[in-house]
Write a protein that binds this ligand. Sequence first.
Ligand code: ADP
Length: 636
Amino acid sequence: MRKKQFKAESKRLLDLMVNSIYTHKEIFLREIISNASDAIDKLCYLSLTDSNVGMNRSDFKITIKIDKEARTLTISDNGIGMTEEELEENLGVIAKSGSRAFKTKLEEGKTEGADIDIIGQFGVGFYSAFMVADRIIVITRAYGSDQAYRWTSEGEDGYTIEETEKASVGTDIILEIKQDIGEEHFSDYLEVYQLRSLIKKYSDYVRYPIRMDVPKSRPVETEENGEKKTTYESYTEEETINSMVPIWQRTRAEATDEDCTAFYKENFFDMEDPARIIRVNAEGSVSYKALLFVPTKAPYGYYTKEFEKGLRLYTSGVMIMDRCEDLLPDHFRFVKGVVDSEDLSLNISRELLQHDRQLKVIAHALERKIKTELLSMKTEDAEKYNQFWHEFGLQIKYGIVSDYGTHRELLEDLLIFHSAKENKLISLDDYVNAMPEDQKYIYYACGESAERVAKLPQAERILDQGYDMLCLTDEVDEFVMNALAKFKEKEFRSASSDDLGLETEEQKKIAEDREKEAKDLLDFVKDSLGGKVANVKLSKNLKSHPVFLSTEGPVTLEMEKYFASIPGDNKPKAERVLELNADHPVYATINSLWNENKEKAAKYSEILYTQALLIAGMPIEDPEKYTELVCELMTK
Ligand code: ADP
């Protein structure tokens, strides 16, 4: 029999776990029991549709046996078992689900001390048993096979697999518990009271009975020399240790927030406490319970295609799907958790489930519930909501623009943007409520940072008027404004827009006359810019600044920047409009130069256009030429 080696990456992990501190070692039992429960889930699920399995829900169990002499602890399950290939695949490398999350954390370059802390919090899997055992033997027979296999390993130096016999389908995990050394009292793991307390602590809600022989004593009446005596006789009796009530089936008093948090971290591989725990107990046309979590941080790779959304789905305590996508809309794909309903038909196939009416009802109700909870979070704790927004706000914004704006009504209340006036994040409701009576529009401007946006030339008149302006800094923001179009009957209006609604009819008339008068000069500036701008006009938006760049047509500068940042050809470009401030001294200068020195006037036009680009945060086309022009200006 040839000894096989673990993959190299697994070795470091093994090493780390074996050397972890004592209190963390106890989690090995939780890991082994949770594997057993998963294996039972699989066979139990199969038994719903395949009568050949020949088992009932109540036949499934996990059994724990202690042999103090041999120093072995055996955890047996009558779950699905493993074939030879599966043994090789599953136990030959430490890179399976739970361990993988653990490994990622390690690779993020944490210090050794921090590594060890992670052990207690993560599902680190089967290998954690090497923290307490010198040798592990796995005897397993897969459902549908007569052949059993025996896998043996002493850790670091690899493992062997050989054929063996086993009477029934399932898996025995035999741990040869280490000898006590110094402070480390491994013999504890061979004590019933210790195991019982670990099961209660970590595995109480496992939905299958965890059975163990428990020492008992009973009174025995004897009579000696006519005298009655009571002595006690000890015996053992198999007992179910866990309460088997899943955490989501418990009341708030039975499952505290701390319990839920611990459940979340263990089951969804997160180091952080959840930002919000959502409990649902619905009774009605469809009855179900749900325990949902809003994570505090977006997981690594969240905003990529690889991220998989979904909730774990149970029906009558049997897990039928680890990740049911149909239960979560994309805009809430960050939510994790469990849904359990007795009303879903048990033997429904996963394919059919997608079209299940009950499932749709649950999904719809959960969507509403999540929205309500997020809103409560917003009103109860602004700081917490801002933190949530920092992580998942983008997701909500994508939700608004996707599916032709179908979700806007549901999601618009959740939006927050930076207010130029308040200098903090505010909701659209806050904005509209603070609007003075004469303000017609909800103003916004886009740019790199809120500070810069608030200082944009085109923002000045709006802000001077005492109106607030939303500072948009995400690429998707302008698309959000387009998709929303209005909020509470108030239209959104870009600060670069042609009509800010700030002028009286009279002022408009004066501006038009001025524009007509200036036509030749404006044409001259446009021509000297040689096709770089679609139009040059006198601005109605400017106050103290000489110029700014606006656009004509559907594509704005921010959209152009966005399209430039994504892959693809033939990217749409904005039709640029150079707007000049006729009240600025620079305008007078260029006006008189235009009469006296056309060549110089053309150069000034170029400088002004480049300044407008800079302020708009657009790349300048020819920086050398620009500096040359400025230097020329400074020296002549
Ligand atoms: P994880 O449970 O996070 O996937 P583990 O290292 O604990 O990682 O286990 C690796 C795999 O071994 C499991 O995913 C499962 O496929 C298999 N396995 C472990 N224990 C059992 C068991 N008792 N019965 C059947 N398969 C098991």
